[in-house]
Design a protein around this ligand. Structure first.
Ligand code: C2E
Ligand code: MG
Ligand code: MG
Length: 749
């Protein structure tokens, strides 16, 4: 059975999804600051490592290059070694060898132990002032590479390579120097194919560029301030790294390494922006990961939502579902109803509480299983009847059902509701379900009501309305309204105060005269109770007797009235004042004839009142068992009281009762007098005929007849004409206080 019990709860879940996504975003930012930062740092380290490796490889390659130069020099050396040659012959060798060399040296110079040189140009200079001359002569190195020097031959910048010359005894006999123009070295270095796309440079001890990636700067001395970068991680392999500005003034990092066989430093320049690029790349990567996470999570949530609503729709989620009826449980229903109230604050709603009359009886007599079946069947019919309106429905405790529907107007809703009731009734008959449900209705009307109203309040109002339907089986529904609540509050108030009111003698009796139509004299009175409450003010019996009948307090009150009446009679008798029979009302709650008659006569004896002065009015409409009424009547008559049938003709079975309950008096209900076309106290012909027939009937049965509620002369005249015995009504007198009544009696005796 596919049932749609709800309007929509997906919006709420979307909000949940949004909230969660925001949470995840925050988590991600935290994550990015720790984990992703680490990844980013790792990437930086890798980049640094690569730079360092390049510098390292470049250094090795340049070292090898220098070794090549060394071996070229060794070739010349081989021509001169261990030979005791005059400087002139050495010069000759040098001039000869010059053309055999693969490298284009500017000059090849031989120096004797004094520093006097002989080059292949045939020039003579002194190199005694050159620092390397001393170093070699002292045997401190076997191969020397200089910084950038000025050629003694032509003043051009050169690099000098030098080595010692030995004699047979391994004594240093001089120095062999080779001068190589900076350009040659530079192009020689250019042959190194490592770090091709990197900005490589070679500097000497003085900071002069032997080679600059921008050739224009070769032989330029780098003067800019050099500082070590802050927080820059160095590895073991590289000597150092520094942050500085390059020749163009840009911020750069320079990875550098000193060479082993030359006083040179290899440098690789990396611009700061390259590092930033890594950062950016990482950021992009990070964002990408974030986006993926969000998309995946969103997907998961959507799938979850879908599964959830699927399960709900197919009632697989049982926490919201009542196992007996398969409807929502009340708590979930309330939640959903509240959501609807919030979502449509400008809409009207109807809340209905339904229950099955006598469900307790079904439960007790047919067993739980059968009762559950009834509940299920009823829920099904209820659901079918209400589903058309796209509302929500649930089952609460026992046989309580709730329906909540968005409506356009109260009027329309009531129209639809009544139609639905008819259909429901037909359905119940069709399904052979002998139950009669009752309904309490409450409305939410936005402009008239507090907007903070909740489903719970609407339910309790509907419940309250439903509870106001009492035993009266004909009423199927009740609508909550404020007056109902006021009445209930009053009822509550009355109930808490009634005992005290009785003690405080707030109740008192009034007497309404009965007049004989033949003589126009007062022949009796009816005792009618009143309540003068210091809080609620003056109250007629209609505003408290029905409640007292429900809570049984009327039994006490009746006896209080009887006692007041007896006291009054006693007083009159004692004073020797005139008396007439007073009739008292007997409530339908006195259902034990023996007990009633016993108590009643005892009280009468207490005040020593002759029974002829007392008449008892029974309520014909009473739900009392006919046998009880009959018994009471007979017992009272036996004790000498007259018994009247009050409000005769207002119930459904008056005539029927007439034959079984042998009352002495028929007291006709005043409703006859305002039947159909009664205008200004005038009766129409049909009513007159009807009343006449009734009075005749009474006469034939040998009953006394009295008419209540006679307000006009016409009514009185008519009743006199048709031979009604007595009347009681405002035409003669309203109910009077004791003294007033005594006066009235004395006047109309
Ligand atoms: P009831 O016993 O039928 O009393 C007659 C009611 O009709 C009285 O209303 C009386 O004031 C009213 N009545 C009399 N003549 C006229 C008239 O010409 N026009 C109109 N419009 N009304 C007239 P009341 O006193 O309000 O009593 C109402 C009902 O309360 C009584 O109906 C009776 O059923 C009940 N009641 C009153 N006192 C007692 C009591 O002490 N015990 C019990 N159990 N019920 C009482
Ligand atoms: Mg009465
Ligand atoms: Mg009456």
């Amino acid at each position: 059975m596919g049932r749609k019990f709800y309007i929509n709860s997906n919006i709420e879940r979307l909000f949940a999804l949004f909230g969660t996504l925001v949470l995840i975003l925050i988590l991600n930012i935290i994550l990015a600051n720790t984990l992703l930062k680490k990844i980013q740092n790792d990437a930086k380290l890798t980049f640094i490592q690569q730079c360092e490796d390049t510098v390292e490889d470049y250094t090795l390659a340049l070292q090898t290059k220098l070794e090549n130069i060394e071996s070229e020099i060794d070739i010349i050396y081989a021509k001169l070694a261990y030979k005791t040659l005059s400087p002139e012959s050495i010069q000759e060798v040098l001039v000869r060898e010059k053309n055999n060399l693969s490298i284009n040296f500017t000059e090849i110079v031989y120096s004797d132990t004094k520093g006097n040189t002989y080059n292949f140009y045939g020039e003579n200079h002194s190199i005694a002032d050159r620092p390397y001359f001393k170093i070699i002569m002292e045997g401190k190195t076997k191969f020397y590479v200089s910084r950038v020097l000025e050629s003694k031959h032509n003043g051009e910048p050169i690099i000098v390579f030098a080595r010692p010359l030995y004699d047979e005894t391994n004594r240093i006999t001089g120095v062999l120097c080779v001068g190589c123009p900076l350009e040659t070295i530079s192009s020689f270095i250019d042959e190194i194919k490592i770090g091709l796309n990197k900005k490589m440079s070679v500097r000497d001890l003085d900071g002069k560029f032997i080679k600059h990636y921008n050739n224009a700067w070769t032989n330029w001395t780098f003067h800019s301030g050099i500082k070590k970068p802050k927080n820059f991680k160095e590895t073991e392999k590289i000597d150092s790294v520094m942050q500085t500005t390059d020749v163009d003034g840009n911020d750069v990092y320079v990875f550098y390494k000193e060479m082993e066989n030359a006083p040179w430093t290899i440098g690789m320049t990396v611009s700061l922006s390259e590092f930033k690029k890594i950062d950016k790349k990482q950021k992009d990567y990070q964002n990408f990961v974030l986006e993926i996470i969000i998309v995946v999570l969103a997907l998961i949530f959507l799938i979850e939502m879908w599964i959830h609503s699927f399960l709900e729709r197919h009632q697989i989620l049982s926490t919201h579902i009542d196992s007996v009826t398969h409807l929502w449980v009340r708590s979930y229903f309330e939640k959903e109803a509240n959501k609807l109230l919030k979502r449509y604050p400008q809409s009207k709603f109807i809340m209905i509480e339904a229950d099955i009359r006598g469900f307790k009886f079904i439960n007790q007599n047919m067993g739980e299983l059968k009762a559950n079946q009834v509940l299920f069947q009823f829920s099904k019919i209820l659901y079918e009847t209400t589903k058309v309106f796209d509302g929500i429905i649930s089952r609460g405790y026992a046989d309580h059902f709730y329906v909540f529907i968005k409506i356009t107007s109260v009027h329309k809703a009531m129209h639809i509701f009544k139609d639905a009731l008819k259909k429901l009734d037909e359905n119940l008959k069709q399904q052979d379900l002998p139950i009669s449900p009752k309904f309490g209705l409450s409305f939410y009307i936005p402009k008239k009501m507090d907007s903070s109203i909740t489903a719970q309040t609407l339910i309790s109002r509907a419940h309250f309305a439903k509870d106001s339907i009492k035993e009266n089986a004909l009423q199927t529904f009740a609508i909550y309204d404020e007056r109902l609540l006021k009445r209930s509050n009053e009822d509550n108030f009355i109930e808490t105060h009634m005992e005290n009111a009785l003690k405080n003698r707030e109740f008192f009796v009034m007497y309404q005269p009965k007049v004989d139509l033949n003589t126009d004299k007062v022949v009796g009175a009816e005792a009618l109770v009143r309540w003068q409450s210091p809080v609620l003010g003056f109250m007629p019996p209609n505003s408290f007797i029905p409640l007292f009948e429900r809570n049984n307090f009327v039994i006490k009150l009746d006896f209080y009235v009887y006692e007041e009446v007896f006291k009054f009679l006693r007083k009159s008798l004692d004073k020797g004042e005139p008396t007439v029979p007073v009739s008292v009302n007997m409530s339908r709650n006195h259902d034990k004839p023996d007990r009633f008659v016993h108590d009643f006569t005892n009280l009468l004896k207490k005040y020593d009142i002759p029974p002829r002065l007392v008449e008892v009015e029974l309520l014909e409409r009473s739900s009392m068992d006919k046998n009880v009424l009959r018994e009471v009547t007979l017992m009272l008559q036996k004790e000498g009281f007259k018994v009247a049938m009050d409000d005769f003709g207002s119930g459904e079975s008056s005539l029927n009762m007439l034959s079984t309950i042998p009352v002495n008096v028929l007291k006709f209900d005043r409703s006859f007098l305002f039947a159909s076309d009664a205008k200004e106290g005038k009766l129409d012909a049909t009513s007159e005929n009807f009343i006449e027939t009734l009075i005749d009937l009474g006469k034939n049965l040998k009953k006394e007849t009295i008419f209540e509620g006679v307000e006009t002369e016409e009514q009185r005249d008519f009743l006199r004409k048709i031979k009604c015995d007595q009347v009681q009504g405002y035409f003669y007198s309203k109910p009077l206080r004791e003294e007033e009544f005594m006066e009235f009696l004395k006047k109309h005796r």
